[in-house]
Design a protein around this ligand. Structure first.
Ligand SMILES: NC(=O)C1=CN([C@@H]2O[C@H](COP(=O)(O)OP(=O)(O)OC[C@H]3O[C@@H](n4cnc5c(N)ncnc54)[C@H](O)[C@@H]3O)[C@@H](O)[C@H]2O)C=CC1
Ligand SMILES: O=C(O)C1=N[C@H](C(=O)O)C[C@H](O)C1
Length: 255
């Protein structure tokens, strides 16, 4: 079993833990929350499961001693970028890191790079499998039709302040100016992204909708299984998908 610790138990973390409870290969050992309001409860109790699993700790419990008493192989992070200050301790213990934090500053990315010489880190501003497959498909369309006008549309819940990290990653991957990102903030939209490829007489649209925050947990679970096998390095989900696809292609029987 791969032992996993989980940081960040806000609106996303609470839902993202759910797929971990059904896993046969991954054991969710604990959840770390910023405040101590839920300390002593179990993450499983938020999903009406009939067992107690993944005790909730608070940041005041965090220390090297805590990691020794509650050992894990991988830590998943759904908190915020400031939490990167904890990664040094994780790296020193060889604990792999799955970061779902949407946006890091340049300095924080440099820190991730530096720590990735000691442990393996996978960082994805959108950890759904769907959006990462969409990203690969968009590269194919761009390579086939480099003349396309590309616009990126992202819609999220009213309170999301920053521009979608996913949209920025799409723009950077396709070499598109960030001015071509258009943001909508309305009600409780969980996360919708669309890439529009415009041509003189036609349009291609690639879109992805998150219909449950559990989709983020499903992707994070796949990342845990993959990053556990790596020793060092900073990866993204394309690295994971390309490697998986290569294995799949190698396994195909050629008639
Ligand atoms: N990569 C992805 O696919 C996704 C990424 N996100 C990102 O995940 C993060 C969390 O999003 P939400 O849950 O919507 O926000 P939120 O504000 O509801 O939750 C964040 C939680 O992290 C906690 N937190 C803050 N600092 C912490 C620390 N040092 N240690 C432990 N917990 C800490 C906060 O108290 C809060 O409960 C954001 O960066 C968001 O952009 C959200 C959805 C998907
Ligand atoms: O804050 C969120 O919720 C989300 N953030 C990510 C982003 O900024 O791209 C990913 C997802 O769409 C949800």
């Amino acid at each position: 079993m791969i032992r996993v610790g989980f940081m960040g138990f806000g609106q996303t973390g609470r839902e993202a833990v759910f797929p971990f409870f059904g896993s046969k290969r991954v054991d969710l050992c604990w959840v770390m929350k910023h405040s101590d309001e839920l300390r002593g409860l179990y993450a499983s109790s938020f999903h009406h499961l009939d067992y107690d699993k993944a005790p909730i700790f608070s940041e005041c419990d965090w220390s090297e001693e805590f990691l020794i008493q509650n050992p894990v192989d991988v830590v998943v992070d759904f908190s915020n970028s400031s939490n990167v200050c904890k990664y040094d301790l994780l790296a020193r213990h060889g604990i792999r890191i799955v970061s779902a934090v949407s946006k890091y500053s340049d300095e924080e990315v440099a820190l991730l790079q530096q720590l990735s010489t000691q442990t393996a880190i996978i960082w994805s501003p959108n950890i759904t499998l769907g959006i990462n497959i969409l990203l690969m498909a968009s590269r194919f369309i761009q390579a086939a039709t480099p003349e396309a006008d590309i616009q990126i549309l992202e819609s999220h819940f009213k309170d999301k302040k920053e521009i979608s990290g996913t949209a920025q990653r799409i723009a950077d991957t396709l070499g598109v100016d960030h001015d071509n990102i258009h943001s909508i903030r309305a009600g409780g939209i969980l996360g919708e992204h669309e890439i529009i490829f415009g041509y003189p007489y036609q349009t291609i649209r690639l879109s992805h909708d998150t219909i449950s925050r559990r989709a983020f947990g499903r992707g994070a679970l796949s990342c845990c299984r993959w990053i556990y096998k790596k020793k060092t390095g900073l990866f993204n989900m394309s690295d994971m998908l390309v490697e998986d696809m290569r294995d799949w292609l190698n396994g195909l029987e050629i008639a």
